[in-house]
Design a protein. Structure first.
Length: 209
């Protein structure tokens, strides 16, 4: 088994959840890779570019995809196009990303387009970084809800104010091999890490340690 973990928007491989899961899987000798989805150039980030990074990390192998927030959406998007993805573990996945993104930033779109870039807080740098308007242009070509048919475990917080848990429940309602576990937490889920691990380990067939 090989695990590919996809971090969220404006984050990176050193995120707390990514490193938590890395440690747990490496204790069990499971290969665990966390690609840097913006390739070190956040300004030029696009969905298409991230899918290319994921494809190179997967390298045609049989894999389990994990993803947090936008990374969860990307995991499902990639899985919908690649049957070599065996299973998915999605943490507060940002389903409906293209349309929800446009709606969320609608008041800023014209200014963003005119200026060419918009600043976003980047958690890895703990500072604002510019993002090109090409991110918006590229995202609209992708579907809101990827039709990924692989078995999926979705872990979502009931207090999530970024991506409502109902989005995951709706996805599971249309995908019979997807199971949702609702947790008393917010979008980051960092206060329920042990529960995340226990659910993930059970789903993937690991015994607790």
């Amino acid at each position: 088994m090989k695990i590919i973990y996809l971090h969220g928007f404006a984050s990176g491989p050193q995120s707390s959840k990514a490193q938590f899961f890395r440690a747990r899987f490496e204790q069990r000798g499971v290969p665990f890779e966390i690609p840097l989805l913006d390739q070190g150039n956040f300004e030029e980030l696009t969905v298409s570019g991230q899918l290319g990074v994921i494809d190179r990390a997967v390298h045609g192998e049989q894999v389990v995809m994990m993803g947090s927030s936008l990374g969860g959406y990307l995991a499902a998007l990639y899985a919908s196009r690649h049957p070599n993805v065996e299973k998915m573990v999605l943490l507060a996945p940002a389903f409906q990303f293209p349309s929800r993104w446009r709606k969320r930033y609608a008041p800023d779109m014209e200014e963003w387009k005119r200026r060419g870039v918009k600043p976003f807080y980047h958690y890895a740098f703990q500072a604002e970084r510019p993002l090109s308007y090409r991110f918006v242009v590229d995202a609209v070509q992708y579907e809101d809800e990827p039709d990924a048919v692989q078995p999926a475990l979705i872990l979502h917080g009931t207090r999530d104010d970024v991506v409502p848990a109902q989005v995951s429940l709706d996805f599971a309602g249309r995908h019979p091999d997807a199971t949702v576990r609702l947790l008393a937490s917010g979008h980051e889920l960092t206060d329920v890490l042990e529960t995340l691990w226990n659910e993930t380990a059970a789903f993937l067939g690991f015994q607790k340690q």
